[in-house]
Design a protein. Sequence first.
Length: 291
Amino acid sequence: MASVTQQQIQKFHKDGFLVLEQFFSAEECDSMRSQIQKIVAEMEVPPHCRTAFSTREEEQLQAQGSSDYFLTSGDKIRFFFEKGVLDEKGNFLIPKEKSVSKIGHALHAYDPVFKQITHSPKVQELGRKLSLERPVVVQSMYIFKQPGIGGEVTPHQDATFLHTEPLGRILGFWIALEDATQENGCLWFIPGSHTNGITRRMVRAASGASTCVEFVGSEPAYDDKQFIPLPISKGGLILIHGEVVHKSELNSSESSRHAFTFHVMEAKGTTWSKENWLQPTPELPFPSLYT
């Protein structure tokens, strides 16, 4: 992997994202894929937790609010499913390895393969090139984007879910473990959309509320024509500014679009919102990226 140039870093600050092809090797990608296969093979899903994962607001509130499975997943390795893969009794209608939408949110802390990738020397070097002084890892996810059913992810900003004071302290690392194409649901971005702050936040609801989380504010209507697709080859890395607007379409193809993603916060001079769904715990304080 070639070293990241100052020119590329300037481009990141201008666009709010940066594509770095071939950041990870095919072997590194395959090691993550085979590790996740093992994790899925051993997956035991308690029936009451079989909530389909959705980015649509009402479903999100209902699915996540109906159980604290999601809210307490920050320091665990837990499973979230695509819509329509379970019957009303919570039994799988299709093979379970084809039913998982994502696994989160602490692979970086508890799984040796994902931990090694997250803290790999080239990631740390990239952090230093970006002038991160005290970066900590706040969460990680393995995203499957299953063939034919991998749901769309509606336009959003990561800082809606991971809020900091001041803003601008959250950075996503998105790693393609297979080629991501327009057909199988690659990411789409609005260049330069990271400079206007955020309009919506997902916060923990007051205790006693019917849901665990609620949305404050609303997502504006974005113009579809402003989005540009970012297809990327296996091993490529997309850096995502916490406030850049991005989305992905339904995967209508016959191939999956696996990705591993994690979020880093510059902890120096930053306050993590106590209202975020995700909170550090005594068992898992946010680990330093530089180890």
